[in-house]
Design a protein around this ligand. Structure first.
Ligand SMILES: Nc1ncnc2c1ncn2[C@@H]1O[C@H](COP(=O)(O)OP(=O)(O)OP(=O)(O)O)[C@@H](O)[C@H]1O
Length: 299
């Protein structure tokens, strides 16, 4: 867990409520998320996590209250927000090349309708280089693995140089290596570029080393808390509706486990202590230099 890099407010909810098809999804959310933070949105299925992101993007109206993002009413700062939706694979035409797909982040429309200039191409190349897919620029999306397609989707979100990056379930449907690579990439974006990051997540463990806080949807209301306060067995048990333990290893690393898994003392699907050191700036051994974990990755 980390502390956010800034005390500026990036997202502000003020007594915000949302209805969909006349049904109240959540209500009376009042909290502020600091700039430079890495925040998870957590809650059980259907509690309104995706709804929250769409509300922040101004894609869904509030039935009550206010939401401000980057100092403006929701929806008005979208040119400074990168968004990777949950269905990024099905939303994009798999006949596009990786480069064409990333360019859509600049043109916002189908390739060919807007002329693309050299500067656009250089920006797309920079975003692809950052996420480690520059050597796949001319590959069709249909030829890429799920992990690489997701990197292309992240490059598309990054190409407009956003202050805030929002990702809906970025670890879903990825194998363990791709999940780890994605978490490393998010750490790099946050630490090197100071980007504020918000992630809808079901499983906290993989993200724990980089999270500074979480919005949790509990009893029909969104709440924000710093990670130290979220990692509470009673709160997580209430949140997930099943017995959950927060376990601390002898090295001081924490992870969340269903009660039944705790007894064997084995943590599954999480980072090793040595990897936590790389991700964790609070740790004295954490280096500033960042090596792209996907530089040699093959699909
Ligand atoms: N287009 C829609 N019209 C009306 N209601 C919707 C629509 N999309 C979702 N909902 C409802 O809004 C509620 C919240 O949905 P949302 O997708 O935000 O939840 P979620 O927490 O992201 O779920 P999951 O964990 O399953 O992805 C659900 O009860 C869902 O049925």
């Amino acid at each position: 867990m980390r502390k956010p890099a800034s005390d500026d407010v990036c997202i502000r909810f003020d007594h915000a409520s949302v209805e969909r098809s006349g049904r109240l999804i959540w209500s009376d959310g009042t909290f502020s998320i600091p700039g430079g933070s890495v925040t998870a949105i957590v809650g059980t299925n259907g509690t309104g996590k995706t709804t929250m992101m769409k509300t922040e993007l101004g894609l869904l109206p509030l039935s009550n209250g206010r939401v401000e993002v980057l100092g403006q009413p929701a929806g008005q700062a979208n040119d400074r927000i990168g968004y990777v939706p949950q269905s990024y694979t099905s939303d994009i035409d798999s006949n596009l090349t990786a480069e064409q797909s990333v360019l859509l982040g600049l043109t916002g429309t189908r390739f060919g309708i807007h002329p693309v200039n050299r500067q656009d191409k250089e920006r797309a190349a920079g975003a692809m280089r950052f996420v480690g897919v520059e050597d796949r620029a001319h590959a069709r999306l249909s030829q890429l693995s799920g992990g690489l397609r997701q990197r292309v989707a992240i490059a598309q979100a990054l190409v407009c140089n956003p202050k805030l990056l929002m990702l809906d379930e970025p670890l879903a449907n990825l194998d363990l290596a791709s999940q780890r690579a994605t978490v490393h990439l998010l750490a790099q974006l946050n630490r090197q570029l100071g980007m504020t990051i918000q992630v809808v997540a079901h499983d906290l463990n993989m993200l724990l080393p980089i999270l500074t806080g979480a919005v949790y949807l509990l009893d029909g209301h969104p709440h924000y808390a710093r990670m130290d306060d979220v990692l509470d067995s009673d709160l997580l048990t209430h949140l997930y509706g099943t017995k959950v333990e927060v376990v601390t290893t002898p090295q001081g690393d924490m992870f969340v486990a269903p009660d039944t898994d705790v007894s064997d003392g084995v943590a599954h699907d999480r980072f090793k202590t040595t990897e936590m050191v790389d991700l964790h700036p609070r740790h004295p051994e954490a280096g500033e230099a960042y090596e792209n974990p996907t530089a040699n990755q093959q699909d």
